[in-house]
Design a protein around this ligand. Structure first.
Ligand SMILES: [Cu+2]
Length: 475
């Protein structure tokens, strides 16, 4: 990079200090999903932040409690909103009932430890330090008292927004959503007060992955709401301690994403954005139709099995326009991929292979098996449970040669039982020559503990002559 450019950037950070510092305010702090009001002020000020650490037992999921360590009484911690250039006078109090000392490392701080050492606070004490918010952006803050991982795992994180000096564009709704992963002695949903599991945390084997501190904190009656036509801004954070979020809203496309919370040029038309542990993203979109939109970590087992689900309920709008954007289901009709009957799969590209003896038959049959049969019955002949029956040690195959030949020349529809398991699907008619059928079946019979029958083209010819209609036309 051009050295003068680097200097220009550096200059810019400190040039903010040339603006006069006017007055003093006490920061409005909010609990998720609420966000303090947008800053309209055009000057720097002294912002006093009063944040209290408490250790509290709260709900993690229905019937499951957890001792959370919090910045302000809940997880995530209070949302802090300041303007670029503000002098932030930070007061961190640790409630007398706490068992542990705590501190705070704000990623918005330029200075050693992000404030950690200066803010180390034992129970019943309050620490004070100041910093100037030089860089605009959405920053994570967290406790950094040893063992750091444990303090973060217990919920000690939140977001601080440093608005750029020109402010952020006005939107109709702003929300605060922060993901975190939790590690409990019992597994997901196990009732009672669950202690923290250091062992699982080290293995990164999360029991809970949640938005805003608990399963269901953003669903049902707790859903965030807006109306069609609203512009929405989500301040998304990830406290971790371990997992990176693949943040996605089902049924929405982010018009803009300020990736990693940096207030530079936004990325546009984004489906899923990564939110690192200890990082953030700002997602903006206009609501063009009504309905319920689901917030997820698209590492999807976390959403459906560990709690990482939220809801945005959108009402209103003109019905006709809503329908144009999204019609809803307009019809439901029968779909028969196989035409409801047995289909013919042409094999015309394949050359006939006249085999002189059983050995050659098996050799050629193996090629046909690999090319034609193995997609369904698998290379090892074991099939796929509930979809394709096994040919390996198949009682069906070994009981009747004619039925097996018929399976190939006529196909099978309807229920068949193989080794005690029922299959009710369609084996397509394969359009193989008599030689091909004899070769491939001889190969199948020679494999996987089957009975070793040699099938000749004459045997195939006989079956072909007699059966016109497939076996088991069960449908
Ligand atoms: Cu702590």
């Amino acid at each position: 990079m051009d050295a003068s450019l680097v200097l220009a950037e550096a200059d810019d950070h400190l040039s903010i200090l040339k603006e006069p510092l006017v007055g003093e305010e006490v920061a409005i702090l909010t609990d998720a999903p609420n966000v303090p009001p947008q800053i309209t002020r055009k000057h720097r000020t002294k912002m006093v932040v009063n944040l209290e650490v408490t250790e509290v037992v709260k709900r993690m999921a229905d019937g499951v409690d957890y001792t959370f360590w919090t910045f302000g009484g809940s997880v995530p911690g209070k949302f802090i909103r300041v303007r670029q250039g503000d002098l932030v006078e930070f007061h961190l109090a640790n409630h007398p009932s706490s068992k542990m000392p705590h501190n705070i490392d704000l990623h918005a701080v330029t200075g050693p430890g992000g404030g950690a050492a200066s803010s180390f606070t034992t129970p019943g004490h309050e620490s004070e330090f100041s910093f100037t918010a030089l860089n605009p952006g959405l920053f994570v803050y967290h406790c950094a008292t040893a063992p750091v991982g444990m303090h973060i795992a217990n919920g000690m994180y939140g977001l601080i927004l440093v608005e750029p000096k020109e402010g952020l564009p006005k939107v109709d709704k702003e929300f605060y959503v922060m993901q975190g992963d939790f590690y409990t002695k019992g597994k997901y949903g196990e009732a009672g007060l669950q202690p923290f599991s250091m062992e699982k945390a080290i293995k990164e084997d999360a029991d809970y992955v949640v938005f805003n501190g608990s399963v269901g904190a953003l669903t049902g009656d707790n859903a965030i709401t807006a109306d069609v036509g609203d512009t929405v801004r989500l301040f998304v954070g990830n406290g971790g301690p371990n997992l990176v979020s693949s943040f996605h809203v089902i049924g929405e496309i982010f018009d803009k994403v300020y990736t990693e919370g940096g207030l530079g040029t936004p990325n546009k038309n984004v489906q899923t954005t990564l939110v690192p542990a200890g990082g953030s993203a700002i997602c903006e979109f206009r609501l063009d139709t009504s309905g319920t939109f689901i917030l997820v970590d698209h590492s999807i087992f976390r959403a459906f099995n560990k709690g990482a689900i939220g809801m945005l309920k959108v009402g209103g709008g003109d019905e006709a326009t809503n329908k144009i954007v999204y019609s809803g289901k307009t019809d439901d009709r029968i779909y028969q991929p196989e035409g409801g009957a047995i289909q013919i799969i042409p094999q015309t590209a394949r050359k006939p292979a006249k085999a002189a003896n059983k050995g050659e038959r098996i050799e050629r049959g193996k090629i046909t098996y690999t090319q034609v049969c193995s997609v369904c019955h698998q290379a090892n002949g074991k099939g796929i449970p509930a979809a394709f029956p096994p040919l390996a040690k198949s009682d069906y195959l070994n009981r009747s040669i004619d039925d097996s030949i018929s399976a190939l020349v006529n196909g099978i529809a309807g229920e068949v039982t193989v080794n005690g398991a029922k299959f009710n699907s369609i084996m397509p008619k394969l359009d193989l020559s008599d030689d091909d059928v004899s070769n491939v079946l001889t190969y199948v019979y020679s494999q996987w503990d089957n009975n070793g029958t040699e099938v000749t083209p004459d045997m195939v010819k006989k079956v072909r002559a007699k059966a016109v209609k497939p076996l088991n036309t069960g449908h």
